[in-house]
Design a protein around this ligand. Sequence first.
Ligand code: ADP
Ligand code: ZN
Ligand code: ZN
Length: 815
Amino acid sequence: MTESYCNVALTVPLRTTFTYAVPEEMREHVQPGSRVLVPFRKKAMVGIVVEMTSEVPEGTKIREIHKALDLIPALTPKLLELGQWIASYYLAPVGEVFRAMLPPVTEISVKRQIVLTEPGRALAEKLKDGTTLTDLDGTEAEFLQRVLEKKEELTLGARGKVEITPEALQRLRRLGYLEIRETMQGRKRKMQHVVAWKGNIEPSAKLGEKEQRIRGLLETERGPLPMQQLLKLAQVSRALIERMLRDGLLEGWEEPIDPVADPFDTGYTPPAHTLNETQESAFNAIRARFELGEFGVQLLHGVTGSGKTEVYLRSVQDTLARGKTAIILVPEIALTLWIGRQCRAWFGARFEGVAVLHSALNDVERAREWWRVRNGAARVVVGTRSAIFAPLENLGLVIVDEEQENSYKQEETPRYHGRDVAIVRAKLENALALLGSATPSLETYHHAVNGKYELLTMASRVENRNLAAVEIVDLRTDFQQTQKANPVSQTLHAAIAECLSFQTQALVLINRRGYSWSVLCRSCGASVQCVNCSISMTYHKNRNRLECHYCGSIQTIPKACPKCESKYVYFFGEGSEHLEERLRKEFPGARIARLDRDTARTKQQYQETLGAFASGALDILVGTQMLAKGHDFQRVTLVGVISADSSLSLPDFRAAERTFQLLTQVAGRAGRGELPGRVLIQTYYPEHYAVQDAVRQDYVSFYERELHFRRMMMYPPFTSLANVIVRNANLENAIRWSRRLSEYLTPQSGKGVRILGPASAPLARLKKEHRYQFLLKSPKKSVLTKILSGALAFCDANEIPGTAVLVDMDPLSLL
Ligand code: ADP
Ligand code: ZN
Ligand code: ZN
């Protein structure tokens, strides 16, 4: 018997599902994981069927589903399970979790085709000739023949209407006579033809001069190239390339042109390397894990430039060869494009399809890529955080590159951590999770040391390149010598000058944008605060105004102190805009650009700047964190860090860890090519261990010292944290509700959990809302989960609105 009701998750801020009746004719299409259109209050909403049921909650009027939207359920059973885990672990409404997992509902239509299978076609032909008997009923038999006449394909209309009942259709499918394929209509993807060196060549064979040139380009200099580009670069005729393709010297494939261009896209894809010894042994350990065929987590701890990407790609290759699928998560969009390109070169057409998923795709593009994965056309997915929900079946491997990156954490509901979800997904799918980093998060490394994860180490750079030499510049000494508080010390100035004279490049990192990050009154000491947030305003000289970096509000530049009306208002704390101006003055001949959220407002600006730098059109690039990550600039010989202290002094228990990671990452940007690199870190606290260990690039030493601190302070990994914020624009509400909530929370303290608060949050006001905070600490996650779900139920029962209470499990920031 099929159940006649189902529980549906809807995108409403309620932590529950809703029961609907499934009309007779839809029963076959409504399964767990299917999207359905249902009436909710006075609207129609799209929801996800979580489970079928024959029970109806008492005393409620059950409404019927309007429409079944999927022929194959959008979510696989494993993804459904994953979504429910996320909802319960992160205390998020299940409907919102599923929404985050699914592609956007777009206007593009889904084309559904009915395709006969081999046995289906054989049967239909025999039926037509009248040469066989079958247990199909008349309509079914007739239908098969009709599909056959329509050249084996029958497009279902937008409503999925065919002259056969859905039950009969599903029956034919189950019997293996036909398949139902769904493809996204939408605009067609732009494709390009890419050519690579294949080299099916006799050792004795002689290549002509032009052929040599092509080989050089494709094999060593540039890697696989789009046809157009190859023709231009090699100055040869298309006919020659086509001949070489026919002769097996070259191979070619179609590759989609990404809607977001790769900033480094000079058409270059690094050629595949033979693994060196270090890489080989890491890869062997990964393969050995595959052999076990069970869930496991490995940490690939490899210094910057140790060639982790190559190990990832081999592992994906191995996964595909075993008939399984793979996901590669990367922390930012630019990296999806870069790794995506390499994946296409490796697996694109020759092996399996590759899909790229990131937030800069528009809805149509995202939906199209998503369904390509769901239909099995793509078997490798590269993407940012939410790509962990890619609907691959038979998942064998999930890679999380730079697993420590904050961008894996979603800072809105559902507040999940992509890396942690990756591990849970791997577990559900019996797959391998491979976390990679030069500076693993403390939690991850701790698990590796304890044997919960397997630790793989790559301690040297490829081709024995040296790590850049890192030096500390003590700003106190600099000040004593110069009597000037110049953010560019004498040492850094001299190093930049040297760079310019050798015509190499320099990166200068500063962690604040804007011109000055504080506006102070000399007379009364007041600083100009945002009207909406308890944070001081940043001065932007180019735009001639003050801005709040949290809520975006704007103020004019005050002529007098808003508090005491003194005229002695001054700007304090140099930001990136000021630094750029300073460097232009100090190095008048240099070509300088700045990269931060002000100059890179659009993807295009971002790409232009990075592209100009990569191509050598710039000498110095000034910028914020944006500069620190992943990029492989070959001609950078100097990296300067204006101040290591600004991130150390944040009121956050992860401050030292973040500083260490940032300094190590940015140091990894120098000396990646043939030229040796030098890194200068300016600081007022050269003794701090985060700085000291970053200088030595000694991760293990940092880990041990930081672990000691965490143990003393009872912070992760020794305890789990949850942050609860009660917020409202009305101060009295915020106070009242947080007091109310404390009636529930405070008595829980002591039972295996410590509960601090309610206290004013460090950011006491944000975007007009007043904020009060509880911090929960417990060695046991399950204890936190239980208390938090109790707290939310308490809020519901006591009319504390759901929107006023924000629960953050495993928070990255306590602000
Ligand atoms: P990581 O991610 O560990 O910082 P990458 O994967 O970016 O390092 O590799 C750094 C550089 O080394 C890349 O340019 C890559 O093409 C190159 N590379 C990787 N493996 C090898 C190898 N076995 N021999 C030579 N070069 C290699
Ligand atoms: Zn004043
Ligand atoms: Zn603000």
